[in-house]
Design a protein around this ligand. Structure first.
Ligand code: SF4
Length: 497
């Protein structure tokens, strides 16, 4: 690919100051470090009655305010933590039932102009093999994901670089959506492309919206301004905290109304980051009337030639990480929570019942790795090392054994159930009813098209239980649902409510 302009020229034109200032108050970010730190100062444990009032509010699927979230952070009594753990699981079940949505990450480029201290792909890391996939290579990667593994939903990941600019993003998304691969009975295809990318300007975000992307993710990495400055050099684009912080404001203004927040846990105090994510969710609801559709909470993982990733003093223990998930589920109860293959299988099993709603599987994060690596990892080609390299088939079987149905549903986005609409549906529990139907239909599709005999054996009884639940709990829609289900059994595909 020919570079249209030099990297430095390109970088110098990326940030639009007026698309930051319009959202700030008196030139200041909504994220007030001192106000968050003040809430984390040592204080007596909260009264159990007050804790239970806050839990009750979360059970009503209402976003907690910062004082309420901070108060939960101060709980020391193990019995109250048990109550919070149970409430998190109950809220997840109320909003999302026993469904776990699955996806795969697809890294399209390892070139990046930024120099983030914790990242294996940072520009100063000479030990990384750099590559940007061509459209033919993207097509080939997608054929593996959609045709051999059976994924329906991807998160495509781009470094920030002129070779992976907006034109490249749009071309790659069109390329992915166009792929059709014969499967055992139906046709493998990617039905939803979510995007994880650098912050964009409003006009660029409108172009992504028009290309039919699902959720648009930009992770703030750390909400703590001083830490942000330490790990993101000031001369890089990413060194501008506010350009990144207000990207979701721009996305929502651009009509890209499914947005995903995230923080990289391990860069600073995990309690601060929980408050930062909550503050971000509250600010989006306040300013634009729409909260985040998803929240991600990746933990710092080892990366090639990247000492910070191993040596950070803020690394989060497993027990504290469990608290992160419980607190986020209570603080932003409508949001989907994504636990990824960064975590090992045991940790994923521990976290999923506490409120997680999405997870990835068969993940490869090396550039071109789905075609080339045959399941292995290569630290010279990837941003960090994964903790769980199990196949989608193994993960689906594991989840089925836990009583969870793996959903390949992409209907909400294609039926316009996004943004404020999806928030209202999630809060009322109505979305769960659509999703249950679509989860069962897509699970049946996947079992028929891609599952091994061992996974089919575990999945079939789960399907029967789900059918019976729909028959008894949604009797009015059951006949229409059953008609769809029987058509799927006969080989039709992509039927949804
Ligand atoms: S974290 Fe992202 S922006 Fe930073 S160096 Fe890595 S790929 Fe680039």
């Amino acid at each position: 690919m020919v570079e249209k302009q030099s990297g430095s020229e390109w970088s110098a034109r990326r940030i639009a100051p007026e698309e930051i200032a319009k959202y700030q108050t008196d030139g200041r970010d909504f994220l007030d470090d001192a106000a968050l730190e003040a809430r984390l100062q040592p204080a007596p444990p909260p009264e159990p009655a007050r804790v239970r009032e806050i839990i009750a509010k979360a059970r009503q699927i209402q976003t907690l305010d910062l004082d309420e979230t901070a108060l939960l952070l101060r709980v020391a009594d193990p019995g109250l933590w048990d109550e919070m753990r149970q409430a998190a699981a109950d809220i997840k079940h109320k909003v999302y039932d026993n469904r776990i949505v699955t996806f795969a990450p697809l890294y399209l480029s390892s070139r990046c102009v930024n120099d983030c201290g914790y990242c294996g792909l940072r520009s100063s890391n000479a030990g990384i093999a750099r590559r940007t996939l061509t459209m033919d290579e993207i097509r080939a990667e997608t054929e593996v994901l959609a045709g051999r593994i059976g994924h329906k939903r991807l998160v495509v990941v781009y470094g920030e670089h002129p070779q992976s600019d907006l034109d490249y993003m749009l071309n790659s998304i069109r390329t992915i959506y166009a792929v059709r691969v014969p499967a055992r009975r139906g046709m493998g295809q990617i039905r939803r492309v979510n995007v994880n990318a650098a912050p964009l300007a409003i006009a660029e975000l409108q172009a992504l919206r028009d290309a039919g992307v699902g959720t648009f993710q930009v992770f703030q990495e750390t909400y703590h301004h001083a830490t942000y400055r330490q790990v993101h050099p000031a001369h890089t684009i990413k060194g501008d905290y506010s350009w990144r912080l207000y990207c979701m404001h721009r996305a929502l203004e651009a009509g890209l109304d499914d947005v995903g927040l995230g923080a990289l846990f391990g860069l600073y105090d995990w309690r601060f980051e929980v408050l930062g994510l909550t503050a971000h969710a509250l600010e989006l609801e306040r300013a634009l009337g729409i909260g985040p559709h998803t929240i991600s909470f990746p933990r710092l993982e080892p990366a090639a030639n990247t000492p910070l990733a191993q040596n950070s003093r803020w690394r989060v223990s497993d027990d504290d990480f469990e608290k992160v998930v419980i607190l986020l589920r209570l603080a932003v109860p409508h949001a989907g929570l994504i636990v990824t293959a960064r975590e090992n299988p045991g940790m994923r099993r521990r976290l999923l019942p506490l409120g997680c709603t999405q997870t990835d599987a068969s993940s490869q994060i090396g550039i071109g790795a789905y075609q080339e690596s045959h399941g292995g990892q290569d630290d010279q080609r990837q941003q960090f090392m994964l903790g769980d390299t199990r196949t989608l088939d193994e993960v689906v079987r594991d989840l089925a054994g836990l009583g969870c149905i793996t959903s390949f549903c992409t209907a909400g986005y294609r039926c316009g159930r996004t943004g404020r609409c999806i928030m209202d549906l999630l809060r009322s529990g109505a979305e769960g009813k659509f999703c249950k139907l679509n989860a069962v239909l897509t699970f049946k599709e996947w079992l028929d098209d891609f599952a091994s005999p061992a996974t089919q054996a575990v999945g079939a009884p789960l399907l029967q239980r789900e059918l019976e639940e729909i028959r008894t709990q949604q009797p009015r829609i059951y006949p229409e649902f059953l008609t769809h289900y029987e058509r799927i059994c006969r080989g039709e595909r992509d039927l949804y409510f």
